[in-house]
Design a protein around this ligand. Structure first.
Ligand code: SAM
Ligand code: SF4
Length: 331
C-alpha cells in the first residue's frame, strides 16, 4: 500500500483524534466561560466510524495515534474504544491528552486498554490560580491523577503547561523544579492564537527561548538531551544534571517545526485538518455515512495529505486566527 507522503516529502505517520467537543473545564485560553456551541450528537463521529478511519489510515502507514478532545475521558465508552485502537494492526503507539480531572479513576483501565502514555495539561500549581485559569476547582484531582498515571506505568508522564504572560509565567520555575523530584516530563507550550474570548496577543506569548533563560537564571544550566530514545516530536528536551525528570520546550509560535510535521488531525465532527493552524478542513463524515467504499475514503485521505500546507503563517502579516477553538480541534 502506498504510504501517506505529502508534496514536501514529509511522511505522515501520526493521527490525532478528537473524540468529543465536550469538556469538564473551561480554560481561559481555550473556551469562553459559558462553553462553546456543541455539535449535535448525531454529528459527532461514532466510535465505529472512527475505527474505520483508524484501520484505513493504519494500512497507509499511520502508526501513532493520540486521542484528545474536548476532554476525552468524559466520552462514554472511551476505554473500549482505546482498546480497539491499540489492537489495530499497524498501530504501535497510542497516547492520550487529558486535563487530568478524571485520570486517577481511569489510569489503570487506560493502561490495561493498551494506552502507552498520557499528557496531562496543568498550568498552575496554586489552587486559586488553577481555578482562575480553568474555571474549575480540580487541582487536587489532577495532581492525584499524575501520581496514579506514574504508578500504573503510563510513562513517561508528560505535563503540559501553556505559559501566558501575566497569568502563570511566575510559575515557570516551580514547574521546572518538579523535574528534579519527579520523573515527569515538564513541557512548556507557547500560547497559540485560537478563537477564544481571552484574545490572543503576541505579547502574552512567552517564547521557548525566554522560558529556558528564566529557568537557567533561577536554577542552573540545563543539559540538552540528544538521544531520541523513541521520543521524537516537536519538544526540545533538557534536564537538570542528575534529575529524574525532563524539561521540554515546544515553540509552535516562535520557531515552528513545520518542516518535520508528520501529523493529521481528525475533529470529533469528522473533519480532517492537515495543519493545526489552517481552517482548511476536509469532510470525512459524509463519505463515512453515505456508503462510500474504503477506496473512496482512502483517496480522500491521500488527496488531503498531498494538499498539506508547507507551514503555518503565524509570523506573517497574512495570518488569521483559527476560527475553531482548541477544544474543537484537540490540540
Ligand atoms: N482537554 C484535554 C486537555 O486539556 O489536555 C485535551 C484537549 S486540549 C484542547 C489539548 C491541549 O491544547 C491542552 O494541552 C491545552 O493546554 C492546549 N491548548 C488549548 N488552547 C491552547 C492555546 N491557545 N495555546 C496553546 N495550547 C493550547
Ligand atoms: Fe477543556 Fe482541554 Fe480546552 Fe481546558 S484545554 S477547556 S481542559 S479542552
Amino acid at each position: 500500500m502506498q504510504p501517506l507522503v505529502d508534496a514536501y516529502e514529509r511522511k505522515i505517520d501520526y493521527l490525532r483524534i478528537s473524540v468529543t467537543d465536550r469538556c469538564n473545564l473551561r480554560c481561559v485560553y481555550c473556551m469562553p466561560p459559558e462553553g462553546i456551541d456543541l455539535a449535535e450528537s448525531k454529528n459527532i463521529l461514532r466510535y465505529e466510524e472512527i475505527m474505520r478511519l483508524v484501520r484505513l489510515s493504519a494500512s497507509r502507514g499511520i502508526s501513532k495515534i493520540r486521542v484528545t478532545g474536548g476532554e476525552p475521558l468524559v466520552r462514554k465508552g472511551i476505554i473500549e474504544f482505546l482498546h480497539d485502537v491499540a489492537s489495530t494492526p499497524g498501530i504501535k503507539d497510542l497516547s492520550l491528552t487529558t486535563n487530568g480531572v478524571l485520570l486517577k479513576g481511569y489510569a489503570q483501565q487506560l493502561k490495561d486498554a493498551g494506552l502507552k502514555r498520557v499528557n496531562v495539561s496543568l498550568d498552575s500549581l496554586k489552587r486559586d490560580r488553577f481555578q482562575k485559569m480553568t474555571r474549575g476547582d480540580n487541582l487536587k484531582e489532577v495532581l492525584e491523577g499524575l501520581e496514579e498515571a506514574q504508578k500504573v506505568g503510563l510513562t513517561p508522564v508528560k505535563l503540559n503547561m501553556v505559559v501566558i504572560k501575566g497569568f502563570n509565567d511566575d510559575e515557570i520555575v516551580d514547574f521546572a523544579l518538579m523535574s528534579k523530584t519527579k520523573p515527569y516530563h515538564v513541557r512548556y507550550i507557547e500560547y497559540m492564537p485560537f478563537n477564544t474570548q481571552e484574545g490572543w496577543q503576541r505579547d502574552k506569548c512567552i517564547t521557548a527561548k525566554e522560558i529556558k533563560e528564566i529557568i537557567e537564571k533561577a536554577v542552573e544550566p540545563l543539559e540538552q538531551i540528544t538521544d531520541t530514545n523513541g521520543a521524537q516530536g516537536p519538544a526540545r528536551r533538557y534536564r537538570f544534571k542528575g534529575a529524574p525528570g525532563e524539561i521540554g520546550l515546544i515553540s509552535p509560535v516562535s520557531e515552528h517545526f513545520c518542516g518535520s510535521c508528520n501529523r493529521l488531525r481528525l475533529t470529533s465532527d469528522g473533519k480532517l485538518r492537515t495543519c493545526l493552524f489552517s481552517d482548511n478542513e476536509i469532510d470525512l463524515r459524509t463519505p463515512l455515512r453515505d456508503g462510500s467504499p474504503d477506496e473512496v475514503i482512502e483517496k480522500i485521505l491521500m488527496d488531503a495529505v498531498r494538499e498539506k500546507p508547507k507551514g503555518h503563517t503565524i509570523n506573517e502579516n497574512i495570518f488569521k486566527k483559527c476560527s475553531r477553538t482548541m477544544s474543537l480541534i484537540g490540540g
